[in-house]
Write a protein that binds this ligand. Structure first.
Ligand SMILES: N[C@@H](CCC(=O)N[C@@H](CS)C(=O)NCC(=O)O)C(=O)O
Length: 221
């Protein structure tokens, strides 16, 4: 089944409009997919979710590997322009459809966002995302190591988010979009947010953005 979404929030900042709805190859419990889903919705773009049966191995079939040779979701198809990798897709969408609000065009602003895209692919992936992968999906993960990495990351984020509303300052950017999902669901990997009120406040601010779509909760074991 595919799910279509008309643009419910035509963004006044949308710089261009796509010829037809974008297709997001989707798996509901993936935080990597969620960050793209969230950004499509924040931008008010029309899109369609195309489920990929990861459990059934669909991502390892030739047809999917033709879209992404790494065999991973998310993949975005924008009217024939096919992009793999969540952060690459976020950058594509920002440069294609946004006027600089989510990915600043000035060198220092762009670097500040890139820093958090690197954190999303590094500390977040090997910390809270890895812990969740071990607990929710039973993947072979060094749980204690992943949880320690998560706590170290949160110890860095907490003072930053005490000072600023969002990761790169007063306004939300791709830094927040890329970082949100795996931190919002950190507790599913056994990483508590109880000691991090500023991080919890930041999650709530992201959740209050117009166009926000939630990251689904993993079913309880
Ligand atoms: N660097 C990739 C990582 C994506 C990724 O890890 N996707 C997972 C789902 S969360 C996946 O497709 N896993 C299938 C597999 O590796 O077998 C990105 O940012 O898109």
């Amino acid at each position: 089944m595919t799910v279509s979404h008309a643009p419910t929030l035509p963004s006044p900042l949308l710089a261009n409009a796509p010829a037809a709805p974008l297709v997001l190859y989707h798996f509901p419990l993936s935080g990597h997919v969620h960050r793209v889903h969230l950004f499509l919705s924040l931008l008010g773009l029309p899109y369609r979710l195309q489920p990929v049966d990861l459990g059934g191995g669909e991502h390892r079939r030739e047809s999917f590997l033709g879209l992404n040779p790494f065999g991973q979701v998310p993949v975005l198809d924008d009217n024939g322009t096919v992009i793999g990798d969540s952060n690459a897709i976020l950058v594509y969408l920002a440069l294609r459809y946004d006027d600089g609000r989510w990915l600043p065009r000035d060198p220092a602003g762009a670097a500040a966002v890139q820093r958090w895209l690197s954190v999303a692919a590094g500390e977040i992936a090997f910390g809270p995302a890895a812990a969740r992968l071990g607990v929710v999906f039973g993947r072979p993960v060094q749980l204690e190591d992943a949880r320690l990495r998560a706590a170290r990351l949160f110890d860095v984020m907490e003072p930053l988010l005490t000072r600023d509303a969002y990761l790169t300052g007063a306004a939300p950017t791709l830094a927040d979009v890329a970082s949100y999902a795996y931190i919002a669901r950190a507790e599913e990997g056994g990483v508590s947010l109880a000691d991090y009120p500023a991080i919890r406040g930041w999650l709530a601010r992201v959740e209050a953005l117009p166009g926000f779509v939630p990251m689904p909760h993993a079913p309880q074991a």
